[in-house]
Design a protein around this ligand. Structure first.
Ligand code: TD4
Ligand code: CA
Ligand code: ZN
Length: 307
């Protein structure tokens, strides 16, 4: 059943577990995500970026998600706009039937971020839709980064407290050292958990971890085995994910792991069966691989067996 985002995340916040927010750009990814949630008996957040909406068309996004949520009526699912860049973009998603939107104005000065977030919250709440906002920059941090540099890119807990109080935003993504994609950390993975705990204490709402793909060994190996190039890429280790959830994170954004897992299977099929041109033979192994990644992750997050 399609529900508003805060219905899923407030429960996770009260009971201290994480819910995966998985990006999709096609039927195959969306099927894998729903089939995994069904298997793991987990609540679910599916999210579309503005790029995904451009690729599929917003009408297609809605009809795919409606179809899948009817197919699995026992799964509580929220449809979320990932990294909305403007009021108009968020309004379009709300009007189309999304049940959660993110306004990402974190690159603006604090006051402007707050004003824009407030505007989105006012509109979204009038339509019973939840809102996520972001504070700080998504950027890897290193061991030798100075306190001043850290303060410039990571969330400021005082600001977080004021931001949540004034904006009435439903959940907040505080920058604590992650970034998108496969190249999150130059050296060893490092996150500012102290800052996270402080933000949770001051805000007491569900928090969001962006850039939360882990690139576990199985995903890395499958990608490399088929000739993929990951260079020095690495993800957020599972024990960091667990630690983040302990520190108050409830929404965990995962895209890169799904992309890597899917593409490895497509590439494998192409290499092993050069005469094959039935699309389904390429995509079915991709769906199965993505499903396995998600089922395992739902266990790590603690959302498995919650429905
Ligand atoms: O918000 N996200 C997903 C970002 C998706 C970007 O999509 P476009 O290419 O369409 O812009 C995350 O936080 C995912 O983090 P990850 O660690 O999986 O990269
Ligand atoms: Ca941002
Ligand atoms: Zn993100």
């Amino acid at each position: 059943m399609l529900v508003k985002g805060s219905e899923i995340l407030n429960k996770a916040h009260q009971e201290n577990y994480g819910v995966g927010a998985f990006n999709f750009v096609n039927v195959e990814m969306l099927r894998a995500i729903f089939e995994a949630a069904d298997h793991a008996k987990s609540p679910l957040i599916v999210q579309a970026s503005e790029g995904a909406i451009k690729y599929l068309g917003i009408d297609m996004v809605l009809s795919l998600v409606h179809t899948m949520s009817k197919r699995y009526p026992h799964i509580p699912v929220a449809l979320h706009l990932d990294h909305g860049t403007s009021f108009e973009s968020c309004k379009k998603a709300v009007d189309a039937g999304f049940t959660s939107v993110m306004i990402d104005a974190s690159h603006h000065p604090f006051k402007e971020n707050l004003e824009l977030t407030k505007q989105v919250v006012d509109y979204a709440h009038s339509k019973n839709v939840s809102v996520e906002a972001e504070l700080g920059r998504l950027m890897g941090i290193e061991d030798n980064i100075s306190v001043d540099e850290k303060d410039a890119v990571l969330v400021n807990p005082d600001e977080a407290e004021e931001f949540v109080k004034v904006s009435h935003v439903d959940y907040l993504a505080p920058a604590i050292g992650t970034s998108h994609g496969a190249f999150k950390f130059k050296g060893e993975p490092k996150l500012d958990f102290e800052r996270l705990v402080e933000v949770k204490k001051r805000t007491n709402i569900p928090l969001v971890l962006h850039g939360a793909s882990s690139i576990p060994q199985s995903v890395r190996q499958a990608f490399l085995d088929t000739g993929g190039d990951l260079k020095g890429g690495k993800g957020v280790p599972f024990d960091f994910i667990t630690e983040s959830i302990k520190g108050g994170v409830n929404k965990i954004n995962i895209d890169t792991d799904l992309r890597l897992a899917f593409i490895a299977q497509v590439r494998k099929m192409a290499q092993e069966n050069p005469a094959e041109f039935d699309l389904r033979k390429y995509f079915n192994p991709g769906i199965e691989a993505v499903k396995a990644v998600i089922v395992e992750r739902m266990q790590v997050l603690g959302s498995a067996d919650k429905i």
